[in-house]
Design a protein around this ligand. Structure first.
Ligand code: PMP
Length: 433
């Protein structure tokens, strides 16, 4: 067992300061048991905790670190920018640089607005969709996460097309009543919903690659269906690409599936590990945002120069030839090594994978497309697997519902060593009583 003495001590102090000892709930390790590891430093594909345990990191700060930790290009740019100060609350040319880098290559948006988190990006995009269409209701899907804005902390109501109920205390019913939650991959449910609320739905929001509740890879045909039904009914199609944007392709899942959204939100990767989010759309839609239009949205630290420069450095690397192809290929071979072993041994275990995102799932079901197809009883097995992996020096996000990420810093040799370790941990999970 790895020593967690220093992490345990720090967690005791943290509990006196922060609710549950953390500043974001999933960090609390509740679903895998044990004390959260306090991370001291990261370099390449490795992280070290305060007890000096070293891990190969597949969490990558929940996705943003597509180049790995402490990348020299990002560090250098951040250091240079810091010398000039950290924030002005006035425009800087770095915003233009990052904006141009994105907009000039992205066929889905004419204009972008930078904010400071994924939550803020989605929340603002929803307001824009409502302002633009003059409609109040939104449709989201069970199994997609879009940050913690009030109108998105909503779960499905009791009937198929009933209004949502809030999934968090503190969200008034009046807000959750404006959100309809539907199952993924179910065309009939959406058709019934649109028939029930004609001319009331502002947007349909989806993670085009749902990656917050397992990895619920959707068919291209389903995304095309969403596109068509939105166009036909004057509804905006909102792709929340906070995870998939710049991760599966430079222009995200829209590019991968070749389906055009009306509004897109981005986050994570565009800040190179610093707090950034963004939303974008056509000129026509974005002209409704203040100061041009009457949809208000603002931010003191929006377009922060240090975050912008980190984003420019990171995305410049992503634009190098074969960047996404190499990342996908090495992820595929990592996954295949594990799955070959799983097939030989007929373990009830599978890995969903798209680009450099993967998800380990226990249970007999192989292709999981909807949240309700995940068996919650398998999470206890995941917890066991998780803690064994920690002992082997492999760090994943601490929940069986979370996906893993491969970064450019994960070299093939390290991935092969990790795949072999994962195979032997699976042997223990399935064979040790
Ligand atoms: N949308 C999606 C698809 C996300 O994955 C997340 C975060 N995991 C968010 C929105 C919220 O982003 P943030 O945590 O930066 O507020």
């Amino acid at each position: 067992m790895i020593s967690r003495q220093k992490s345990e001590k720090l967690f005791e102090t943290a509990k006196t300061l922060f609710p549950g000892g953390v500043n974001s709930p999933v960090r609390a390790f509740r679903s895998v048991g044990g004390t959260p590891l306090f991370i001291k430093r990261g370099d390449g594909c490795h992280i070290w905790d305060e007890d000096d345990n070293c891990f190969v990191d597949f969490c990558c700060s929940w996705g943003p670190l597509i180049l790995g930790h402490n990348h020299p290009a990002i560090r250098q740019k951040v250091e240079e920018t810091l010398k000039n100060g950290t924030s002005f609350g006035a425009p800087t040319k770095l915003e233009n640089e990052l904006g141009e880098l994105i907009v000039s290559r992205n066929p889905y948006i004419d204009k972008i607005r930078f904010v400071s988190s994924g939550t803020e990006a989605v929340m603002s995009g929803i307001r824009l969709a409502r302002g633009f269409t003059g409609r109040n209701k939104i449709v989201k899907f069970d199994g997609c996460y879009h940050g913690h804005a009030d109108s998105l902390l909503v779960k499905a109501g009791s009937g198929l097309v009933t209004l949502g109920t809030s999934s968090s205390a503190g969200v008034p019913e009046a807000f959750s009543n404006e959100t309809i939650v539907l199952p993924l991959n179910d065309c009939g449910a959406l058709e019934a919903c649109i028939a029930k609320y004609p001319n009331e739905i502002a947007c349909i929001i989806i993670e085009p690659i749902p990656a917050n509740n397992g990895l619920l890879i959707q068919d291209k045909g389903y995304l095309q269906f969403l596109r068509e039904i939105c166009t036909k009914n004057g509804i905006l199609l909102f792709f929340d690409e906070v995870i998939s944007g710049f991760r599966v392709a430079f222009s995200g899942a829209a590019e991968l599936f070749d389906v055009r959204p009306d509004i897109v939100s981005y986050g994570k990767i565009i800040g190179g590990g610093l707090p950034v989010g963004a939303y974008g759309a056509s000129d026509e839609i974005m002209s409704h945002i203040s100061p041009l239009g009457n949809v208000y949205q603002a931010g003191t630290l929006s377009g922060n120069p240090v975050a912008m420069t980190a984003g420019v450095a990171q995305l410049t690397e992503c634009l190098k030839p074969n960047f996404y192809k190499d990342l996908s290929e090495k992820t595929k071979s990592f996954v295949e090594t594990i799955m070959d072993h799983v097939h030989v041994n007929e373990y009830p275990f599978s890995i969903a994978c798209v680009g450099s995102i993967f998800w380990f799932s226990f249970g007999e079901k192989i292709e999981i497309r909807r949240a309700d197809e995940i068996d919650p009883h398998t999470m206890a097995t995941f917890g066991k697997f998780y803690n064994m992996l920690l002992d082997e020096g492999i760090y994943l996000g601490p929940s069986g519902y979370e996906v893993g990420f491969v970064s450019a810093a994960h070299d093939e040799k390290t991935l092969k060593i990790c795949a072999d370790k994962i195979c032997s941990v699976l042997d223990r999970v399935f064979n040790e009583k």
